[in-house]
Ligand binder design. Sequence first.
Ligand code: GLU
Length: 309
Amino acid sequence: MPKTTKPIGRFAPTPSGRMHLGNVFSFLIAWLSVRSRGGRIVLRMEDLDTHRTNLENARILREDLLWLGLDWDEETPPQSQRDEVYQEYFQRLSDMGLLYPCYCTRNQLHSVNAPHLSDGTYLYPGTCRNLTDAQRKAFDRTPAWRVKVPDRQWTVEDLLQGTYTENLKDDCGDFVVRRSDGMFVYQLAVTVDDGLAGVTEVVRGCDLLSSAPRQMYLQELLGFPHPVYGHVPLLIAPDGRRLSKRDKDMDLGYLRAHCAPERILGMLACACGLTHRQEAISAKELLGEFAWSKLKADPICPDISALVP
Ligand code: GLU
């Protein structure tokens, strides 16, 4: 295949409920960034956690995206159907001698220290790294699997957040790639999926910035090029609280019943710095307004009152 210079972006929603405004904002920026340069978008349902996700939510999510005017070119298989693929890459890490079984319980892990990274990740002290075979056998439970991390700096040159650096050893420690119940974890799945889909640009919420170094490390091990990262600000309520799926008035079910997509997009575009006035505008019309340099990096407090009277 000829090498394309056009960007490939992605939407990677978790179909655990209706999208909220924060998701809409991330997808809007992902879409504008790629489409304004004539690139392609891949959609992927991140439904690894089958207890929290379902097909009906995925169906509504697609419908909501299209209603907003955010389209995609291809949908890759949902993560829940890709165990064999993840298994293959898990095996590669194992063959490199980088995986080891971890028998620590959640209580043990949490009693050692407080969450270290902004996403609540605990620094793993390496408790199970050097267990002997005999010690491993003595545990009467199925282990999780961790990947060993090197003592090395990882730097993300983020399109919006600037330079973000982490030393995985000091800031995160060896991290889990497969849980004790057999489920492959987000960090591995997302690296494999983005890599195989040829994604060149990852645009998502700022809460995932601290995941980027772990994903860059796995990309390097598994032979995938690093994508460009753009971590967009989170949306917050006037009291500073982060908006979440629990804020029902922020979810698309409620918003779709009360206002047109152009009003939602117009409000978000103005709140993030793309436009100067809060006017209804379509995703296509916003293409002409888009530039990363216009976007604010700080949390955004959207003016919801402008949407629902
Ligand atoms: N599935 C994640 C979410 O819905 C996004 C993961 C990603 O963009 O890497 O928050």
